[in-house]
Design a protein around this ligand. Sequence first.
Ligand SMILES: CC(=O)N[C@H]1[C@@H](OP(=O)(O)OP(=O)(O)OC[C@H]2O[C@@H](n3ccc(=O)[nH]c3=O)[C@H](O)[C@@H]2O)O[C@H](CO)[C@@H](O)[C@@H]1O[C@H](C)C(=O)N[C@@H](C)C(=O)N[C@H](CCC(=O)O)C(=O)O
Ligand SMILES: Nc1ncnc2c1ncn2[C@@H]1O[C@H](COP(=O)(O)OP(=O)(O)OP(=O)(O)O)[C@@H](O)[C@H]1O
Ligand SMILES: N[C@H](CCC[C@H](N)C(=O)O)C(=O)O
Ligand SMILES: [Mg+2]
Length: 494
Amino acid sequence: MRLATLLQAAGMAPVGDGAVTGFAIDHRKVSAGSVFGAFVGNSANGEEFVPAAVAAGAVAVVARPHVKVDGAVHIAALHPRRAFARLAAGFFTPVPATIVAVTGTNGKTSTVELTRQIWRMCGFSAASIGTLGVTAFDESTATGLTTPDVVTFLSNLAGLSREGVTHVAYEASSHGLSQHRNEGPTVSAGAFTSFSRDHLDYHATMEDYFEAKMRLVDEVVDQNGAVVVWMDDPYSPEVARRARGRGLRLFAVGENGDAERGIRLLSHAASALGQDITVAHAGQEIAVRLPLIGRYQAANALCAAGLVLATAGPDGPSAAQVFDAMARLQPVRGRLERAVISRTGAPVYVDYAHTPEALIAVMTTLRSHVEGRLIVIFGAGGDRDEGKRRAMGEAVAQIADIAIVTDDNPRGEDPAAIRAAVLEGFHDTDNAGGKVDEISDRRAAIAAAISMAAAGDIVLIAGKGHEQGQIVGRGDAARVHPFDDVAVARECAA
Ligand SMILES: CC(=O)N[C@H]1[C@@H](OP(=O)(O)OP(=O)(O)OC[C@H]2O[C@@H](n3ccc(=O)[nH]c3=O)[C@H](O)[C@@H]2O)O[C@H](CO)[C@@H](O)[C@@H]1O[C@H](C)C(=O)N[C@@H](C)C(=O)N[C@H](CCC(=O)O)C(=O)O
Ligand SMILES: Nc1ncnc2c1ncn2[C@@H]1O[C@H](COP(=O)(O)OP(=O)(O)OP(=O)(O)O)[C@@H](O)[C@H]1O
Ligand SMILES: N[C@H](CCC[C@H](N)C(=O)O)C(=O)O
Ligand SMILES: [Mg+2]
């Protein structure tokens, strides 16, 4: 493909030409004919690698105007990440016709995966991209990040299209949004699931974190697109205001949702299989037997239904098809996944809760199913938001009957210091004394919980969900020790 053609397609100045063979944001991945994106990052400055990228054969470099580029076309841009994405989107084509994006502190993975399932049950060839990797045709391939880097993301979209996928739901993390990792393709609808504390190691304040997420509504969703908002979150009115402000179609979901142009949740009651809910949509009242437990899983499933309905074309799917599919949803990996039942009959759940709000949500859900004690094993990740650790401890201190604080990806930090910060959350709780234990080794912690669980108790192993390893060390010293909460729980219960 010619550079001049790509520049023209992106509406950019015709600063040069040449044959383009690919795109790279890491100079080590540049080969003859690559367009290199030189970005200022958190730990490195890509601008320093421009000479190396040119030496490796870069045909052009997207970089800030003052950066010196000798021997290749300099595509000067004040926002190089944005310009690079726009240019690359012209290269990685065609992409699936219907693309939707989900943001929120918790619920992104669940919502994109449930959206994919509903589409598939309605007869579309669909995929999801997010923390679980790229999932299509019921198989997942890991990418390592929730929102992959822009080159991986765009080439995945083009690859999926080649395989016949027409519908994609992807997770837009705040990191991904602020780094323009998924700019370029037309996004027909966005969804907002929830907002609470996380990632304050990366974003300076909660306001900054919220603004990063809001780029989805303010800029990324197509001008003719829709925004699905879970209306029962304190931040939802502001999200809805921004969507309306841009003239986007608002699809409001939840108890405060719109019974005509969105989905209003009228009632929900726990059932043997999950929960029975009634909703109103387009003036109709519909009963759905949702096979997932927990109010927040109903929220995610309704946001998924909202995305499918908000992007439905003249050929459907119809509301009846969508609500019918909701009754056949399968659980999302590592999200309230029942790993095993202990020898004494206690169910052992694995869940990805790794924020204070997520812990509250999952424990509150399990609380209503437990007759005996709720035993919770959890920890906090290293090289991540330090401030959430104590709040995670407080949440568990208040809701669990017995807690075991253990390690969860200590990365480059001292695991004992992370556990100490989590344990601080137990200090101020009156009833916390005696109910918390500290066992650094995660396998030993799981074994201890399962061996103490009696009939009527429930064990919750929180924080790692689908993860397949324990990350220890930082940078080049980082090592991933194989670890799977579900597999370990089964071994311990055997
Ligand atoms: C903090 C963060 O988001 N870092 C990601 C980001 O780094 P960055 O842009 O700051 O890059 P940098 O390492 O400072 O380097 C700057 C530039 O120089 C380039 N470079 C660098 C070194 C070199 O030798 N040559 C070279 O060309 C880099 O490719 C980059 O373009 O871009 C890199 C390339 O895509 C990512 O690998 C890296 O993810 C790191 C590994 C990471 O741990 N990210 C996590 C925190 C993350 O992104 N998480 C979110 C949210 C999770 C969730 O809540 O779901 C996610 O979406 O996964
Ligand atoms: N809508 C929700 N509101 C509150 N908590 C939720 C919600 N959905 C899921 N959770 C909790 O958050 C955990 C993570 O859910 P999920 O993986 O869907 O979120 P995510 O936004 O993709 O997270 P991440 O930022 O790590 O990618 C779940 O295991 C559950 O404990
Ligand atoms: N996407 C999240 C996942 C955290 C999962 C938890 N196991 C941890 O390592 O903190 C992050 O990278 O912050
Ligand atoms: Mg996720």
